[in-house]
Design a protein around this ligand. Structure first.
Ligand SMILES: [Zn+2]
Length: 237
């Protein structure tokens, strides 16, 4: 029971940065309410619990995670989430289908290694980071006439596959962090390069090349892991 919808509470969307929790400011609640209403449609459709990894972000929190200054998270109008037992790609596709079906408001949809981003901005925006673009052709919405989906508490048929998924999600989170860090470091080096004397450019260029190679390597591992995660989720379904 939440203060926003049946399943979502405003505290789940609070900004948590360096151990400090900042609740969503009251003036942003209309954004938060619309976000939660749309996520509740997804929650009811999949019949599985949804974990909000990141909702509202303070300016400092957003800057630290490399968010853009126009990030919907600053307005409490976006959520990065995971669905219990579903891969981020599958979660992305469920939201895409609900948008196409007119049940969920059009907006931003991002596929990441360890989570899915959604914001009901009204105009379509799609992106992927660290994984290949999800192929939604194999995914469909549950049939209205079909029995309601089984809640995840009863979905313990294969504890090994379940444990495997938990490990994969954990490592995917770590990889997303590494990707964000390396991307920020590469951007910072590039910034420095732009301000350098011509004589110092060589050494800096080397650092950028090394960082870019490391970034590509981590993204490769992340993509392979995302595939494993999708396969494991498929096996469990
Ligand atoms: Zn996001």
């Amino acid at each position: 029971m939440g203060d926003l919808t049946k399943d979502f509470d405003s505290t789940e969307f609070a900004s948590v940065f360096r151990g400090v929790t900042t609740q969503v400011p009251k003036q942003l609640w209309p954004h938060l309410q619309r976000l939660a209403n749309n996520l509740q449609v997804l929650r009811d459709t999949v019949g599985r619990s949804i974990t909000i990894n990141s909702g509202y972000r303070t300016v400092r929190h957003n800057a630290a995670v490399g968010g853009t200054t126009e990030s919907q998270h600053l307005d409490a109008a976006a959520a990065d989430f995971t669905i219990a037992g579903l891969s981020p790609s599958h979660s992305y596709c469920m939201m895409e289908l609900l948008i196409k079906d007119g049940q969920v408001r059009q907006g931003g949809l991002g596929a990441y290694v360890a989570h899915t981003h959604y914001d009901p901005r009204g105009t379509p925006a799609r992106w992927t980071k660290g994984i290949t673009k999800p192929d939604c052709s194999e995914v469909s919405l549950p049939d209205d006439d079909a029995p309601p989906p089984v809640e995840e508490e009863d979905d313990m048929a294969d504890p090994v596959a379940r444990a495997q998924i938990m490990v994969l999600i954990e490592s995917a989170h770590l990889q997303q962090g590494q990707i964000d860090f390396l991307a920020a470091a590469t951007a910072a080096q590039q910034q420095r390069l732009n301000n350098l004397d011509p004589g110092d450019i060589g050494a800096n260029q080397g650092a950028i090349t090394a960082l870019a190679a490391e970034l590509a390597l981590v993204e490769g591992i992340a993509e392979a892991n995302a595939k494993k995660l999708a396969a494991a989720a498929e096996a469990l379904a």
